[in-house]
Design a protein around this ligand. Structure first.
Ligand code: A3P
Length: 298
């Protein structure tokens, strides 16, 4: 309602959209560095001095109860904004075909999302409050009790929009970006209408962007290593970096939990054309990873 009433969308707006813990930090960094690639030197890049959340404005945080949107109204075009809101909550003036603003969405295997959320929730747990058990987190997640609504509905909202309006919504999967970061960066640049030129390809700009935004590089920047919690920002930059891996759920979820989550996912996505890569359980201690086609010891 606040966005409907107060936000003034521009046709050039680029919205980075995610359900929490699906790769918001990573996608913010990637899109920021793609669209600003001619403005900064990679060795002295803003991403080496600031967390992506300080470079990409979080829409929900800027549209407050009093309706003031001054902080984002003053930004130059094209504005890069970030959101966790489901697609269905955006006003028609942003989602219908007459609007030119674009959404880049990333989602992730819900088993990894749950594990990431659970760790994150416990990091932010106030002192004196007992930790959230994995069982409790699992139960809530499966029931759809998540920030910004049930995970599966969030994904489907953007997925369906990407099918109906492929020029407006691009859907990425965390697992695909991990596997083929160069291809995904090119895809995002093409989608945003700023494809890499042959000169840029020769200069390996795509490779520079992938390196700059990699988990290894970003999590090792001083700005992301230090504890930056404050009253204004109760979440520290370092809280957004944990492992950054595909399939870490095998270290936490029981086979029953993973089976239940896979079943929900299958039911929810049936007939939609959307699926996540699956890890096939071969024995109690080995998984076949369809991403890298290798056997992984649990
Ligand atoms: P894990 O908890 O599985 O490690 P969000 O940014 O949406 O809050 O998501 C956080 C998750 O993304 C965490 O996952 C975090 O480690 C991972 N992440 C953060 N930066 C990343 C990067 N540059 N590349 C890959 N994953 C990253």
């Amino acid at each position: 309602m606040l966005i409907d009433d107060h936000f003034n969308p521009r046709p050039t707006d680029i919205i980075v959209a995610t359900s929490p813990k699906c790769g918001t930090t990573w996608l913010r960094a990637l899109v920021f560095s793609i669209i600003n690639r001619n403005s900064f030197d990679f060795s002295d890049h803003p991403l080496r001095k600031a967390n992506p959340r300080d470079l990409v404005h979080f829409l929900e945080a800027h549209i407050r109860g009093d309706g003031s949107t001054a902080s984002i109204d003053g930004l130059p075009s094209p504005r890069l904004l970030s959101t966790h809101l489901p697609y269905s909550l955006f006003p028609e003036c942003m989602t219908d075909d007459t609007s030119a603003c674009r959404f880049v969405y990333i989602c992730r295997d819900p088993k990894d999302v749950l594990v990431s959320k659970w760790h994150f929730a416990n990091k932010l747990r106030p002192k004196g409050v007992p930790p959230l058990s994995l069982e409790e987190a699992f139960d809530l997640f499966c029931k759809g009790v998540s920030h910004y609504g049930p995970f599966w509905d969030h994904v489907l909202g953007y997925w369906k929009a990407s099918l109906e309006s492929p020029k407006k919504v691009l859907c990425l999967k965390y697992e695909d970006v991990k596997k083929e970061p160069l291809g995904c960066v090119r895809k995002v640049a093409n989608f945003l209408g700023v494809p890499f030129t042959p000169e840029e390809e020769n200069k390996e700009i795509v490779e520079e962007i992938v390196k700059l935004c990699s988990f290894e590089n970003m999590s090792n920047q001083d700005v992301n290593k230090s504890d930056t919690r404050s009253q204004e920002k109760p979440i520290s930059n370092s809280d957004f970096f944990r492992k950054g891996e595909v399939g870490d759920w095998v270290n936490h979820l029981s086979p029953q939990m993973s089976e239940i989550l896979d079943q929900i996912t299958e039911q929810k996505f049936q007939g939609t054309g959307f699926s996540f890569h699956r890890f096939l359980v071969l024995s109690s201690s080995y998984y076949l990873c369809p991403l890298c086609c290798s056997f992984n010891n649990v």
